[in-house]
Ligand binder design. Structure first.
Ligand code: PLP
Length: 491
């Protein structure tokens, strides 16, 4: 598979690169990113042949079909990391909720959120490439809560990689913060910043543009990479589990080969949704990909009206913080795939200049042919958590947003799969409020009261966090981040 630039080529770099090159250096000309130049559909008998494959066998076959420049032995080692999940052969189990509703649980990895699905194999591959090239890399990452812990976990003690992770102080749950600030490995640095997630992301962007920072990295012979979903090395592991869910439905005789299903995806940066989009492009029978948002409903407006408009919006803090995002990085890859680089560059320029772009009617039609969208308020989300709990299923406030769309008239008589992105343990106070009516509890108290009410144990990886020493206490102003990170690199 060859990758090319979403905004065209500026003459200073290669217009077409390999997977490994796009993974090591994900930013392309004019502030664009790398996307597949083309995707060839899976063979007609692919699904039938993989009916009884394990997750690893299926994933390897898909990666081989995609033809990326990573050796098979390395791919196998990367996929073997799914043995760190609760069930090694089924890292993303499909749970039946009712006649036509299924939940694919993507959170059974070490940090209990869907980010592990991609970051676990990604970390091994990046470190392997860095060692082969005999090059040191700094992975800079800004997190709204789940990417940080998963990035730290995957790169812990990995050769040739250092990670600096920025999180908004007060903008994550206690569990998420503790997962980060208790990390002990020497190659990891965690920094809290004063501000929200967009501030953390923009601080990271200005750092990447800082000439002094770049010069110092060159002197230290350290290259930069990124572990957020602009890196295709993550996206590639997010376009595999849709096939696995579909095959699970076939095995459970819920559908017949060729039947179309509807996917519902709680969305933020659009990485999970983009994976579904590519799965459909590869030939998975999907009737619709439903993009679900919270009150930050930019994506709903984009899909319903063809307008991406940030101009009158402020970020709203909700009970589903991983979806509190206004500028979803991966929308750009859909624009590129459907409309080409020249048009993508034009639209992204309008977004930068005016905070807004409007698609033409025919362009909008092509978006609507693939996607549908809606958004869910915090109050509705709490009701869905309560209703599901009363029927014996615990879910987190991101996943619960999808209960709105899958119950809507448009999809009620179709086979629906919700992608569940976090375990209940990561957002316990919201769930405690929904099911027990408790307000303002700490994570620790909320975990205990949910566990008592549901008669389940708090998983030990979560329970142990509260007794670990804090290794990274620092919270700094935006302008001090550069110095903090350089101090870490120089020691
Ligand atoms: C990251 C995340 C999302 C959003 O996923 P995107 O790929 O950024 O759209 C949703 N829910 C949870 C719990 C997450 O961690």
């Amino acid at each position: 598979m060859i990758f090319t630039e979403t905004r065209g080529n500026d003459g200073t770099r290669d217009a077409r690169v390999s997977f490994a090159a796009a993974l090591l250096s994900p930013i392309s000309s004019f502030g664009g990113i790398y996307s597949p130049a083309q995707l060839s559909p899976i063979p007609a008998d692919f699904l039938a042949r993989h009916l009884n494959s394990t997750y690893q066998e299926l994933a390897l076959a898909l990666l081989q079909h995609l033809d990326i420049d990573i050796e098979e032995s390395v791919l196998r080692q990367a996929l073997a990391l799914y043995s760190r999940f609760d069930d090694a052969n089924d890292p993303a189990p499909l749970v039946k909720i009712d006649e036509k509703l299924f939940v694919s649980e993507l959170y059974h990895g070490p940090t209990r959120a869907f980010k592990d699905m991609a970051l676990q194999p990604f970390g091994l591959i990046l470190s392997d490439l860095a060692q082969r090239n005999n090059q040191q890399y700094l992975v800079l990452t800004a997190t709204s809560g789940d990417t940080g812990p998963a990035a730290l976990e995957t790169f812990r003690d990995r050769a040739n990689i250092r990670v600096a992770c920025l999180y908004p102080d007060g903008g994550t749950s206690d569990v998420q913060r503790l997962q980060m600030v208790t990390e002990t490995a020497d190659n990891l640095k965690v920094i809290g910043i004063r501000g929200n997630f967009d501030d953390a992301q923009s601080a990271l962007k200005s750092l990447l543009a800082s000439p002094t920072f770049k010069r110092r990295l060159r002197e230290l012979d350290i290259s930069l990479s990124a572990a957020n979903s602009v890196n295709f090395g993550r996206i590639i592991f997010q376009m595999l589990y849709q096939f696995h869910s579909y095959l699970s439905l076939l095995r459970q005789q819920e559908i017949e080969l060729g039947d179309e299903v509807v996917l519902h995806i709680p969305s933020g940066n659009f990485g999970n949704a983009l994976g579904a989009y590519y799965a459909q492009r590869l030939g998975l029978p999907l009737a619709k990909i439903v993009i679900v948002s919270n009150a930050n409903n930019v994506l709903t407006e984009w899909i319903e009206h063809g307008r991406y408009d940030l101009s009158k919006r402020e970020l709203i803090a909700t009970t589903s913080p991983a979806m509190d995002i206004l500028k979803s990085s991966n929308v750009e890859r859909v624009l590129f795939d459907l409309f080409g680089a020249a048009r993508t560059r034009e639209l992204m320029q309008q977004l930068d200049d005016n905070g807004c772009y409007q698609l033409e009617a025919d362009e909008h039609d092509r978006i609507k042919a693939v996607f549908a969208a809606d958004f869910c308020s915090d109050e509705e989300s709490m009701q869905f958590i309560k209703q599901a709990f009363e029927r014996g299923y615990l879910l987190d406030p991101h996943t619960s947003t999808c209960f709105k769309t899958c119950r809507s008239a448009a999809f009620a008589d179709q086979v629906n799969i919700i992608y569940s992105t976090a375990e209940w343990t990561k957002f316990a106070p919201v769930i405690d409020a929904a099911i027990n009516g408790n307000r303002g509890q700490s994570d620790r108290a909320a975990l205990a009261s949910i566990a008592a009410r549901a008669n389940i144990a708090v998983p030990s990886v979560i329970a142990e966090l509260f007794d670990k020493p804090v290794v990274h206490p620092g919270v700094v102003e935006k302008q001090d981040i550069e110095a903090e990170i350089l101090k870490f690199l120089e020691t």
